[in-house]
Design a protein around this ligand. Structure first.
Ligand code: PEP
Ligand code: MN
Length: 342
């Protein structure tokens, strides 16, 4: 932490900050020169709370240097983590495609879509049984019936399945059927749910909150790891901005930041970022080029009849093209003769 003093801070104010730092058991190192004094804090065993100092007289700012996350950080584990989901590896040199409808609607719907996406290169099937909907009047998902359908899809196609757990009450039920449990954007900071996910034996797909910073997102992953589960995959799905031309704004720089800051795999969901089918392919290409470990895409065989998110769901043939084109980009970036990874 660096405490930056006002230009006209008095010697007494500087000494008061030094004393406040020392009261915490840390060492203060005033840095003079230029037209203001800054005070470095050293010998702190972990992150220091800026709130301890920003209210003191004469203080302009307090800048954190030590990151608050530990278990998720690359400093604590330099090598990339690979998370296995029902035999499929996420985070290695083989990028993964997760695809399926927004919501499980029926046996026929789920199986029809699963067969399409499997044929076109998906290795994990997605589909919501418990749906977090903005309106209480919208389709809320089939619940346990949807989970049973997911289990049948796995049996019929061999694909592992990922589905969302919305609360602690139904987490156990989701665990009985799923190969991977999704924590949705709206629940990224539901700390009791994160702790419950930390006690799970299943891998967790943690989506980025609708307006979460990368640091908040990593701290959410830290909750899961700190509770005992190190099988976490991060998913960038767009954040809310001022734009109206897409549902959210896909933040691909987050992929680069995560890959630098964390050893955890990071995938991208262009569907919920776009909100419109025609933007999904360009965003998927860009995500592949940005160096993510895979993509999660909504696909529907009859999107005009979908119970949710039909506008952003790809037709199966569009998914085939996405798979082909992102596959080329992934191969370029991850080719085995390259000694560096994206
Ligand atoms: C989903 O993937 O089904 C979903 C609801 O996405 P998000 O939580 O990112 O909105
Ligand atoms: Mn959806």
């Amino acid at each position: 932490m660096l405490v930056v003093m006002d230009r006209n801070a008095t010697e007494e104010q500087i000494q008061a900050v030094v004393a406040a730092i020392e009261r915490q058991g840390y060492t203060a190192r005033p840095i003079t020169g230029g037209n203001r004094v800054s005070i470095g804090i050293v010998n702190n065993p972990g992150p220091v709370d800026p709130a301890l100092f920003i209210g003191l007289a004469g203080v302009k700012d307090a800048i954190a240097i030590t990151k608050p996350y530990k278990l998720v950080s690359r400093e604590s584990k330099p090598a990339d983590t690979v998370v296995e989901v029902g035999g499929v590896r996420i985070g290695g040199r083989q990028p993964v495609l997760i695809a399926g409808p927004c919501a499980i609607e029926s046996d026929q719907q789920a199986l029809a879509i699963a067969r399409h996406v499997s044929r076109y290169g998906a290795s994990i099937f997605r589909g919501g049984a418990f749906k977090p909907r903005t309106s209480p009047y919208s389709f809320q998902g089939l619940g346990e019936k949807g989970l049973e359908i997911l289990a049948r899809v796995r049996q019929e196609t061999g694909m592992p399945v990922v589905t969302e757990a919305m609360d602690c009450e139904t987490f156990g039920l989701v665990e009985q059927y799923a190969d991977m449990v999704q924590i949705g954007a709206r629940n990224m900071q539901n700390f009791s749910l994160l702790k419950r996910a930390g006690q799970s034996g299943l891998p967790v797909l943690l989506k980025r909150g609708i307006s979460a910073t990368v640091e908040e997102w990593l701290m959410a992953a830290e909750y899961i790891m700190e509770s005992g589960n190190s099988r976490v995959v991060l998913c960038e799905r767009g954040v809310r901005t001022f734009v109206r031309h897409s549902r959210n704004t896909l933040d691909l720089s987050a992929v680069a930041v995560i890959r630098r800051e964390s050893h955890l795999p990071v995938i991208v969901d262009p569907s919920h970022a776009a909100g419109r089918r025609e933007q999904v392919l360009p965003l998927a290409r860009a995500a592949a080029a940005a160096g993510c470990h895979g993509l999660m895409v909504e696909v529907h065989h009859r999107p005009e009849e979908a119970f949710s998110d039909g506008a952003q769901s790809l037709y199966p043939e569009q998914f085939a093209r996405l798979s082909r084109e992102t596959g080329m980009l992934f191969r370029l970036l991850y080719s085995p003769d390259k000694d560096t990874e994206p």
